[in-house]
Design a protein around this ligand. Structure first.
Ligand code: DGP
Length: 113
């Protein structure tokens, strides 16, 4: 989608601090990090949120989980611990309407609010 900021990042139209990329998935550092490690993992195809995920996307979602696990290892937080979350919709606090998983780590994270 041409007006989606994460589609534009995936297309290389907006610069980002990329930490992983393959044909289907991109990972880059959050512009407003909430922890020493704060990475966003997105599908390159435009899916709005988890609400938009359908059966054909199951392999992609599974692959994203493996990328998140591997990024946690690359960033050195596998043993200290980390958090993976996806905000969905207004009550979930979703600001960007393109599916993304946050990978947070590098400090003690508080309880979820
Ligand atoms: P969420 O509330 O789950 O939709 O979080 C969206 C996140 O996206 C938020 O932590 C800030 C981040 N973000 C928004 N715009 C940009 C951008 O242009 N570049 C990068 N790297 N991150 C962005």
């Amino acid at each position: 989608m041409s007006d989606c900021i994460f589609c534009r990042i995936a297309a290389g139209e907006i610069p980002s601090d990329k930490v992983y990329e393959d044909n289907d998935i991109l990972a880059f550092r959050d512009i407003n990090p909430k922890a020493p490690v704060h990475i966003l993992v997105i599908p390159k195809q435009h899916l709005v949120s988890l609400n938009d995920v359908a059966s054909p996307d199951e392999a992609l979602l599974g692959r994203m989980m493996v990328v998140l696990r591997d990024l946690a290892a690359d960033q050195g937080v596998s043993e200290t611990g980390y958090r993976v979350l996806s905000n969905c919709g207004p009550d979930g606090g979703q600001e960007v309407d393109h599916l993304h998983f946050h990978l947070l780590g590098g400090r003690k994270l508080g309880p979820l609010g």
